[in-house]
Design a binder for this molecule. Structure first.
Ligand SMILES: [Zn+2]
Length: 310
C-alpha cells in the first residue's frame, strides 16, 4: 500500500531503465532535495531523471516497453501559483515542487513565472496501453494549465533541480497528516479510457472490413468485365473489328468473309496476323507464316500480348 514503483534514468540520454519499489514517503522527501545546476546543458549531463512507471524486464526506454503507470505527474508551466495547484489536488496525497524554469527568464521571452510539478501516487497502477487516453481525460477535467506532454508513458522527469541561488519550493500534502491516504483513484477514468480504446479498435476493424469488401467487389467486377470482353471478342463482329483496328490491323473483304489483317505477330514480329471479323468459321487469330511461325491465339490473348489491358 505504501510503496509505489518508479524508474530511474542516469541522465537525459540514458535509455536504461532502473525500476524499483519505493516508499511513497521516501519519494515525497526525495522530491524536496534539489540539485544545483548552472545551465540546462549541465542538467542534461549530470541530473538523474525518473519515470512514474514500471518497465517490462530487459527493455529500454520507449512507450511500448512501459508496463504500467503508478504515479500521476503533472507539469504546470503556465504560471499557475503553487497555492492553486495544491488546492486543486488537496483531496489526495500529493507532492509538489518547483522545476528548473521556476521564476526564470523563459526562452520564449515570457516573464518569469512559477513552474511546478505535482506528483500523485495512484491508488492502483494503470496499464500503459490505456494511459494516453486516461491522461487525455484527466487533462480535460483539470483544464488547460497542465502540460499535455505528460501523456506519453515514457515521459521522464528530472529530479528537482534549480540554478544556484534560484527560488525553489517543495510541499508534501497529506490530507490526513500521514501517508495513509487517500490516494488518487483513477478506476473510473480507466474504465472510460478502456471503452474509448475498444471503440476505436472496433471502428478501425469496421473500416478494415469495409475496405476488404470494396476490394473484393472490385476484383469481382473486374473479373465479370474481363469475362464479358472475352465473350464479345469471341462472338461479336463489331467488337472484333474494333480490337483489330486498335491493334493496327486493317480490314479486307474476302469471298469467305471480311478479315482483319496486318497485325504484328507476337511470335515472329511480322505484320502477318489475321482473323475473321465474323467468327462463324474461325474464332482465333493466326499468323500467316504457318510453317516458319505458326502462331495462333484468341483475340484477347493477342490483345494482351500487345500490351492492351481491358
Ligand atoms: Zn508469326
Amino acid at each position: 500500500m505504501s510503496t509505489r514503483a518508479i524508474t530511474m534514468f542516469a541522465h537525459l540520454r540514458s535509455t536504461q531503465p532502473i525500476s524499483r519499489d519505493v516508499q511513497i514517503e521516501a519519494i515525497a522527501h526525495r522530491l524536496g532535495r534539489f540539485a544545483d545546476c548552472a545551465s540546462r546543458e549541465e542538467r542534461s549531463k549530470r541530473v538523474a531523471l525518473w519515470s512514474p512507471v514500471t518497465y517490462r524486464p530487459g527493455t529500454t526506454r520507449a512507450s511500448r516497453n512501459v508496463a504500467d503507470v503508478q504515479w500521476l505527474v503533472l507539469d504546470y508551466d503556465d504560471g499557475t501559483p503553487a497555492k492553486v495547484a495544491r488546492e486543486r489536488w488537496s483531496r489526495w496525497i500529493h507532492i509538489g515542487h518547483t522545476t528548473f524554469s521556476h521564476m526564470q527568464e523563459r526562452s520564449n521571452g515570457n516573464a518569469p513565472a512559477p513552474a511546478l510539478r505535482v506528483v500523485l501516487p495512484l491508488a492502483r497502477p494503470v496499464a500503459a496501453e490505456v494511459w494516453p487516453d486516461v491522461m487525455r481525460q484527466v487533462l480535460s477535467t483539470v483544464g488547460t494549465e497542465a502540460d499535455k506532454k505528460c501523456i506519453d508513458p515514457a515521459r521522464m522527469f528530472y529530479v528537482p533541480v534549480a540554478k544556484p541561488g534560484a527560488a525553489r519550493a517543495h510541499w508534501i500534502h497529506l490530507p490526513r497528516d500521514r501517508f495513509a491516504g487517500p490516494l488518487l483513484n483513477l478506476d473510473r477514468v480507466v474504465e472510460r479510457a478502456r471503452q474509448a480504446v475498444a471503440e476505436r479498435e472496433a471502428q478501425a476493424s469496421r473500416r478494415r472490413a469495409e475496405v476488404e469488401k470494396r476490394r473484393a467487389s472490385m476484383v469481382r467486377s473486374n473479373r465479370d468485365r474481363d469475362r464479358e470482353v472475352r465473350r464479345l471478342l469471341l462472338e461479336d463482329g463489331s467488337a472484333r473489328r474494333q480490337i483489330g483496328q486498335t491493334l493496327g490491323g486493317h480490314e479486307v473483304d474476302r469471298q469467305s468473309g471480311s478479315i482483319v489483317r496486318g497485325i504484328v505477330c507476337p511470335a515472329c514480329s511480322r505484320p502477318s496476323v489475321w482473323f475473321f471479323v465474323e467468327p462463324s468459321q474461325l474464332r482465333r487469330a493466326k499468323c500467316n507464316h504457318a510453317n516458319s511461325c505458326g502462331y495462333t491465339g484468341h483475340l484477347w490473348e493477342l490483345a494482351s500480348l500487345h500490351g492492351y489491358t481491358f
